[in-house]
Write a new protein. Structure first.
Length: 259
């Protein structure tokens, strides 16, 4: 299927690895030129080289902290009029809410709610003028089913979800489509780190603990980031114009809900 976005330009945040990298690569395979961002220059540049080599599209790598006004300004200076925006940020730490002070909450809300909103604010009017835009926010399955040790994520991402629910319905008539992707357990560095911490806390062997968590997923496995990237690319396609303000779980059936 031709996704109808060849030649368009996307900003993909936190794209040096994991799900962000998968989204950038999937968009590039559809002929989208990408501006990718992450804090670590080495990993980011390696990803940029890989995307260029495998897809042939134009890739700009902006090493900056997207959660700061300066970092956002650097990314937007490189791509002031994107057709596509994929909001993504490293999730806040796991733990007990009693351990998090006000600064921890402010950091989580800034990274996972305020930063995406500021980026949307910066690009949405241009998308409206051009009569085309796609914004995908990578949130978490915890928006649908809160996880006890992800309180920072539960709260911050739910705030973003509420904001998007209203805005998406205001801009859809202009061809600007906003949706959220809610990942479950994917084989990423963040998942592995979380499994290590949880297995250590439980006093269990990591491999055995990971296999047990995998067995809990109805699909019987963890997700491949490539699957996630392709789902993101479809939501950014010309064919997704009637999917508005949705929260798409992509979790192998891990969240047991009817709607």
């Amino acid at each position: 299927m031709d996704y109808g976005i060849k030649g368009r330009t996307a900003i993909v945040c936190a794209a040096s690895q994991g799900l962000g990298r998968a989204c950038a690569l999937a968009l590039a395979h559809e002929g989208v030129n990408v501006v990718i961002n992450a804090r670590g220059a080495d990993a980011l540049n390696a990803t940029a080289d890989d995307i260029r080599r495998t897809t042939g599209v134009n890739v700009q790598a902006i090493a900056a902290d997207i959660t700061t006004p300066q970092g956002r300004a650097e990314v937007l200076a490189a791509c002031p009029a994107p057709d596509i925006l994929v909001n993504n940020a490293g999730g806040p730490p796991i733990g007990d809410f009693r351990d998090w002070d006000e600064a921890a909450w402010q950091a989580a809300v800034n990274a996972n709610m305020v930063t995406p909103i500021m980026l949307i604010r910066a690009v949405v009017d241009g998308m409206i003028e051009r009569k085309f835009g796609r914004i995908v926010n990578i949130t978490s399955r915890s928006v649908k089913a809160p996880l006890a040790d992800l309180g920072l994520s539960n709260g911050a991402r739910a705030g973003l979800t509420g904001f998007v629910a209203g805005l998406a319905r205001q801009v859809a008539r202009h061809g600007v489509i906003i949706n959220n992707l809610l990942p479950g357990p994917f084989m990423t560095a963040r998942t592995a780190d979380g499994l290590r911490k949880r297995s250590a806390k439980a006093g269990q062997d990591y491999d055995a603990f990971a296999r047990a968590r995998m067995a809990e997923v109805p699909a019987g496995r963890f997700g491949d980031p490539d699957e996630f990237g392709k789902a993101c690319a479809f939501l950014c396609s010309a064919h997704a114009g009637f999917i508005v303000g949705q929260n798409l779980l992509i979790d192998g059936g891990a969240v047991n809900v009817t709607m």
